[in-house]
Each structure stands twice: as C-alpha cells, then as structure tokens.
Design a protein around this ligand. Structure first.
Ligand SMILES: C=C(C[SeH])C(=O)N1CCC[C@H]1C(=O)O
Ligand SMILES: [Zn+2]
Length: 586
C-alpha cells in the first residue's frame, strides 16, 4: 500500500500537470498532450489495479487498510477500454473548450463580438437593468455555450455510464451518490429540501414582487415563475445583484463592499493575501511560496483561450497547490477568493495522508470550508474591522437587510444546487432521454426553483451545458450539501469562539466572527486533516458533535429574516409559490 501510494502520487501529479496546462491555455498541442497522458496514466492505473485486487483484502481485519483497498478497488474511468476512454475524454474536452471559447456580441454594439462569460456576461448581469439587454444576452450566451454541446453531452453520458457499470454501478448517478457513503443519501437530500423550501418560497415571493414593481407585470407575473434573466446572474443561481433595489429597508446604508475594495486599491493578490490572513488568524496554514509562484489569480491578457471558472488544484506531491481564478475586484469575487482558499487549506491540512485519502470527508465538506470563513468575513463587524464598511447602527432593520443580502446568496442557491444533479441523475439513469434533455431541465427549474426562461425553449437548445459544471463533468450536489453543512460548521465554531449565544440578540449567529479564534481553528483543522480517511458522519460527530446533515442551523441563522419576510408577504398579500399557467410565456 505504501509503494502503491508513491506510484499513485506520481501518476496523479503527471495527469494534473497536463490538465492544468490544457485548462489554462487551450491549444491543440495541450489538448493532444492531455489526451496522451490521460490514456498513459489510465493504462498504468489498470496495472496497479490488477495487482491490488490480487490481495484478499475483503477479509482483512484492519479497517483502515480495508478502507484503502476499497477505495483503490474503484478504478474510475480508467476501467474503460482505451478507445472508449478516449471518446469520453474528447467529449469532455470538447464541451469544456466550447464553454471556454464561447463568445457573444454586445447588445449595444453588435460589431463587438468578443464577450466571454467571465468577466463580460457576468458584469452585464451584475449591472444592467434593461430587460431587453438582459434577455438578448441570456439567449445569446445559452446559444453559444449550451446548444453547441448537445452531441458531445450525449456521447459523454454514454461513455461515463459504461465506466460506471465497469465500477459496479447501475449508472453514474449511483457512482456519484456513493461519495456520500450512505444508502439513503437521496432521501437525506430530499429531506433537507423539505426543511428549507418554506423559507425559499418566502424570499422568492418577496423578490418576485419587487421585480414586478420595477419591470412591470407584463414581464413579471403575480403568481408565476420569475423570468431567469432578471435575477442578476446568467444562471439565476444566486440573486445578490438585485439586492440594491429590492432590500427591505432601502434607506439603510448599502453593505456592498465592491466600491470600497476598488477605492482602497485592492488587487487580486491583495484579496488572496487578505483571505490567507484569516486562515493564519485561526492558527491554520499560510500559503506555501510555490502557491504564489504558480497560481493564476487574474485572467492573462495575452488573448489565450482558457477555462476561467474559479478552481483550486492539488498536484498530489504534497507541495504544489494552486488556484486558477480570473479575479475582478467585486464583493462576489472577494467571497469566491475565500471559497477557493478554503480548498487549498483543506489540501494543506491532509497533505500527509495517503494519496487515496486526499479528498474531502465528502465532496460537500470541501466546498464548505472557505464559505465558513466567508460567513465571518461578511459580518458588518468584521468588514468594519477591515475598514471596508462605514460605521453604522446595529438595529433590527440593518440586521434584516444584512440577512436578506446573505439570503439572496445562500437560501436562493439551494434549489439550484439541488436540481442540477437531480437533473443529471435522471439523464444518467435514462429517465431523461436525449429527446427530453432541455424540456426536463426546465421542468426542474420551474418546479423546484420557480424560475422560467425569458423565451420559449426547444430541443434545438441545450441550456444545461451553458453551466460550467455540466460542460466540465463536475458533480454539483456537493454545493447543495455545502450550503447546508457550512451553517452547521459555523454554528459549532461560533460556539467554540464564544461569539454566539442562542437567544441573545447581542450574540446573533449571523453576527458571529471567528477571526483569531484558536479554538475554532483547532476544530476546523481536525475536520480537514482527516481527509476522506473516515466516513464523513464519524468525522462530523468527532469534531462538532453532530452525526447528520441538518437544515436547522441554516434556519436558525435566517430566523429573523424568515419571520420578517412572512409578515411582509402577508402584509402585501403576495402569492406564496408559483403556478405555471400564470407564467408570462406566450
Ligand atoms: C467557486 C466555485 C469553484 Se469550486 C464554484 O463552482 N461554485 C461555488 C458556488 C457554486 C459553484 C458555482 O459557481 O456554480
Ligand atoms: Zn469550490
């Protein structure tokens, strides 16, 4: 097992270097190199697997050794015959490249046709209040990035399902679910949604009312889904960009820090150094020199094609850890910077584990760490300490505004985070056939999220691939789990930091800041250092004394907002929920 670990470290390092080279500079040569090295490593892994499986490991007494063998018994996509593996790799590379290279023309200047999703489309959705510009941009992006990948996606589904079967799963859905190590994971995920849905319906109804007041009821109906192009994000997955003109108490001070970041000459590097400082304040690790040397923290201006979507990379040699992020100076990217550095911190904390255990306790844990830090950073108390927010009252109205802004990110995201893989489970299981790819996607968008497209869609469209994670074969339930569990972590760490007292309005969970808390840092470190060496519910129990996922901590955090939204929606008589026949689609 030790010699296998050494061999796997080298193989994964080789593959990761090839992936990094391709994704940060999409050229024919780099794509060919990635394919060549991926196939070489797959053959190597097949050889290691044959020998590993020659041991009678299922009869071993040592649970830890058995766990390692169990994980190695899953060969992954390398189990595919080389020709099918090549088809799978090419299908994914083609979708990634389509997404990365997709450009659209500017609504106001149709001769300017070099707009990418980052930063151009993202900025338009953050700033435009022109429904026609937003509708045009939404339709153009989904055509350029989504429709073009329909064929490759069908090939990807077929090849990936072949791999799943060779690993003993009925489909990729069961393979992805196995990462959560519980036979009832799907039921757990559905139960979490039942806990959160009432809160989501309240914020959805409130936002729909204010969008109707702004854009008129011939664009936003009173009882139907919300048109997706009006929510400040190309995927309508978080709605923070409508906060300014929809917040409960508009005469209170603005709490968006984008202007302050720019005014104080924040650079991408300074944003990352600020995030590093928070982790060091918890007695966790600083970033190694190699991190600063090798990371790409802003989009190179040499005109290259690259995947800009923010990501953190472990090169599996215990030394090389990088972030790739096309940072712009915004409140949103300040949060993403902490999110990505949370991944690097996790890599650093488990870097001495066997390679096979260098993963999150479950995929949701890895997505949660950075966000837990960002929950403390986002408090007015912390932002004032950093000089990024003016002094102001800590009254009820300010607190509701702050919770509302956070809710447009965290509450709003949950149905989107849940449905993206509900959709793909159906695709992998075949209950959603290629003829229904787009229709079933929008059925889920409307039924779970209460969102509808700005114009009728057909099967000539393929809107799912306009989302990075679908084009790049990245499992997504991890974010849904993260947005639940980060509040469980936050609640436990705030207890340890002594900055939260249930029932005490002066020690609200939503105003807790764990900055400089050694006790909180020690607990967070113990969660991360285990990697995936034990089942996640055992790690959770041993560190924060909980053994299951629960939406209660999130509900506790947002309780004052939920009460305010319920009474406000009652006062205005807003319809709670949405029905399709009310939709505005002609
Ligand atoms: C920031 C990352 C890289 Se791991 C990301 O993809 N996230 C973070 C929030 C949800 C999801 C998304 O952007 O869709
Ligand atoms: Zn992440």
């Amino acid at each position: 097992m030790r010699s296998l670990d050494e061999l796997m470290s080298k193989a994964k390092n080789k593959k990761t270097i090839a992936s990094w080279s391709y994704e940060t500079n999409i050229t024919t040569y780099n794509e060919e190199q990635l394919l060549k090295i991926s196939l070489e490593v797959a053959e190597e892994e097949k050889e290691y697997w044959k020998e590993t499986m020659s041991y009678l490991w299922r009869e071993y007494e040592d649970n830890d050794l058995k766990r390692m063998f169990q994980k190695y018994s899953e060969l992954g996509t390398s189990a595919l015959p080389e020709d099918l593996n090549e088809r799978l790799i090419m299908a994914i590379n083609n979708m990634q490249s389509t997404y990365a290279k997709a450009t659209i023309c500017d609504y106001k200047d149709r001769t300017k046709c070099d707009l990418h999703v980052e930063p151009d489309v993202t900025d338009i959705f953050a700033n435009s209040k022109d429904p026609e510009e937003l509708k045009y941009t939404w339709l153009e992006w989904h055509k350029a990035a989504g429709a073009a990948s329909n064929g490759n996606f069908t090939e990807y589904v077929q090849m990936n399902n072949e791999a799943a079967k060779l690993n003993g799963y009925d489909s990729v859905a069961e393979w992805w679910l196995s990462e959560y190590e519980a036979p009832d994971s799907e039921d757990q995920f559905a139960y979490l949604w039942s806990q959160i849905k009432p809160l989501y319906q309240q914020i959805h109804a409130y936002v729909r009312r204010h969008l109707r007041l702004k854009y008129g009821d011939n664009i936003v109906s009173a009882k139907g889904p919300i048109p997706a192009h009006l929510l400040g994000n190309i995927w309508a997955q978080t709605w923070g960009n409508v906060e300014k003109f929809t917040r409960p108490f508009p005469d209170k001070a603005d709490i968006d820090i984008t202007a302050a970041l720019i005014a104080q000459n924040y650079t991408p590097l300074k944003m990352f150094k600020t995030a590093e400082d928070f982790f060091k304040s918890l007695n966790l690790s600083g970033m190694p020199d190699l991190f600063w040397e090798k990371s790409i923290l802003e989009k190179p201006n040499d005109g290259r094609d690259m995947v800009c979507h923010a990501s953190a990379w472990d090169f599996y040699d215990g030394e090389d850890f990088r972030i790739r992020q096309c940072t712009t100076i915004t409140d949103a990217f300040f949060k993403t910077t902490h999110h990505e550095m949370g991944h690097i911190q996790y890599y650093l904390q488990y870097k001495d584990q066997p390679v096979i255990y260098r993963a999150g306790a479950n995929p949701g844990f890895h997505e949660a760490v950075g966000d837990v830090i960002a929950l403390s950073v986002a408090t007015p108390k912390h932002l004032r300490k950093m000089g990024l927010l003016e002094d102001g009252p800590e009254d009820m109205e300010s607190n509701i505004n702050q919770l509302y802004k956070m809710g447009l990110d965290k509450i709003v995201f949950l149905p989107f985070g849940y449905l993206l893989d509900l959709y793909r489970y159906g695709v992998f299981r075949g209950t959603t056939t290629p003829q229904d790819y787009n229709c079933h996607f929008w059925q889920l968008r409307e039924s779970l999220q209460g969102v509808e497209p700005p114009a009728p869609r057909t099967e000539a469209d393929f809107d799912p691939a306009a989302k990075y994670h679908i084009a790049a074969d990245v499992e997504y339930m991890r974010y849904y789990i993260s947005y639940i569990i980060q509040f469980q972590f936050h609640q436990a760490l705030c207890h340890l930091a002594g900055d939260y007292t249930p029932g005490d309005d002066n020690k609200l969970l939503s105003n807790c800041d764990i900055y400089k808390s050694g006790a909180a840092g020690e607990a967070l470190g113990r969660i991360m250092e285990k990697g995936s060496s034990q089942p996640w519910n055992q790690i959770l129990q041993d560190t924060i004394g909980e053994s299951r996922l629960s939406g209660e901590a999130l509900r506790d955090y947002f309780r004052p907002l939920e009460e305010w939204l319920s009474s406000e929606n009652l006062r205005t008589g807003e319809y709670i929920g949405w029905s399709y026949d009310e939709s505005t689609l002609t």
